[in-house]
Design a protein around this ligand. Structure first.
Ligand code: FAD
Ligand code: EPU
Length: 339
């Protein structure tokens, strides 16, 4: 029997640690419970929010609807020659899946070590870090379609993955609940050291041919040195996306700011480091009321304790304005704003 809780505090269910509440809250442990839930038409009519680990959300106010927390567990793995096929429940913790794979020398997601959140949310923004994106290992996902009550499978092509983007953030936004994800990993490591910081850290450790365990350890070490731990300082990782702009606009910016940190993005596009843009505007490490930006990473907005969602949101608007004024570039929020 599903337990629907009323006026439920979400403070421990979002990594920003914002003290918002949900009018109704339900935890789903098995996909059949989704069918059972939506047999009652009142939940079809009400605003809904699907919640995983709450590590990419900012609650600007209380949620006046039903929060559906996905806790569907289970990891299955099968080896065929050198290929490893994994299927994981949407409620599995992403980093537990990474550790499960790294411990067995299943290669492919070691660069995505220590990203917070759930397996089910990983396709939503096509999580990425240190030169690897989810799409590189993703095969398909199974999702419950709320309007029809049917389960559907989405292939990699269906998902239309892009940088921090997928169909689930666009046409299919809030229409589906992902219940499991299938990945294809390999027993033959394809070590990816594209990201300079990894090579640097391996050199510091005198490692020339790293194993996937060593890559995972190095990535974890870099992340811990740069990013605040949500269990002590509330945050949701990068608050904005790195802006991707056309070559012509980039040359204009570069002519005024020759040191602008940038990366080629293909198709006549250039990606800029939003953290650099924000730091240049004087925001890095700044404390504003209960909120601010992180001292080691200006792209991360933090809750120093007791911040409201409005305060964090208002700081993000001030940052957008100042980056626009100085560079003529509009920053896009990466975090999902629940308002
Ligand atoms: P939530 O925050 O709960 O939800 C995020 C979105 O997905 C919401 O729109 C929600 O409705 C939807 N959703 C969640 N579960 C489901 C489901 N089962 N079905 C349908 N929709 C669903 N991200 C990166 O890509 N790379 C990083 O390096 C990275 N580093 C981070 C570091 C820190 C310290 C933190 C706090 C966050 C970081 N993030 C990073 C962001 C975050 O970890 C990812 O976006 C993660 O995938 C969010 O997972 P979650 O389960 O917490 O999702
Ligand atoms: N930089 C600064 N000042 C800062 C922060 C960054 O000048 O305060 C410059 C530095 O030159 C640095 C460069 O920006 O070398 C890039 O910084 P970093 O390596 O920390 O990566 P990022 O571009 O800021 C992105 C992702 C992260 C991901 C890392 C590693 C986005 C929006 N963010 O950050 O993802 O972990 O790369 O791959 O793409 C997240 O999505 O929540 C997240 C943390």
């Amino acid at each position: 029997m599903l337990q629907i809780l009323e006026n439920f505090s979400l403070k421990n269910f979002n990594t920003f640690g914002i003290d918002a509440s949900a009018r109704y809250f339900v935890e789903i442990n098995h996909e059949d419970e989704l069918v059972e839930l939506f047999m009652d038409p009142q939940w079809l009519q009400m605003p809904r929010l699907i919640l995983g680990g709450g590590s990419n959300m900012l609650f600007v106010k209380d949620f006046d609807g039903l929060v559906i927390r996905i806790n569907i567990r289970g990891i299955e793995h099968r080896i065929n020659h050198q290929e490893v096929f994994i299927e994981a429940g949407a409620g599995e913790v992403w980093n537990d899946l990474v550790n499960f794979c790294v411990a067995r020398d299943y290669a492919g997601i070691e660069n995505l070590s220590l990203i917070p959140g759930s397996v089910g949310a990983s396709p939503i923004q096509n999580i990425g870090a240190y030169g690897v994106e989810l799409k590189d290992v993703f095969r398909s996902c199974r999702a419950f379609e709320i309007a029809t009550g049917e389960f559907k499978t989405f292939s990699k092509e269906d998902c239309q993955f892009g940088y921090r983007d997928s169909i689930f953030k666009n046409e299919l936004k809030e229409k589906l609940i992902i219940v499991s994800v299938k990945f294809q990993l390999s027993l033959i490591p394809n070590i990816n050291l594209k990201y300079g910081a990894i090579e640097q850290e391996l050199a510091n450790r005198n490692i020339s041919s790293p194993t996937i365990k060593e890559v995972s350890q190095v990535v974890s070490h870099i992340r811990v040195s740069k990013l605040p731990d949500p269990s002590t300082i509330g945050n949701a990782g990068s608050f904005f996306k790195n802006p991707v702009i056309a070559d012509e606009q980039f040359h204009e910016v570069q002519s005024k700011f020759p040191e602008v940190v940038h990366y080629p993005a293909g198709d006549g596009l250039v990606k800029l480091a939003a953290g650099w843009l924000i730091e240049q505007c004087g925001w890095k490490g700044k404390v504003v009321g209960h909120t601010g930006t992180w001292k080691n990473q200006a792209l991360v907005l933090v809750n120093h304790g007791g911040a409201t969602g409005e305060e964090v949101y208002s700081l993000s608007s001030q940052i957008i304005d100042s980056v626009y004024t100085k560079f003529g570039i509009v920053l896009d929020r990466e975090v999902n704003i629940i308002s």
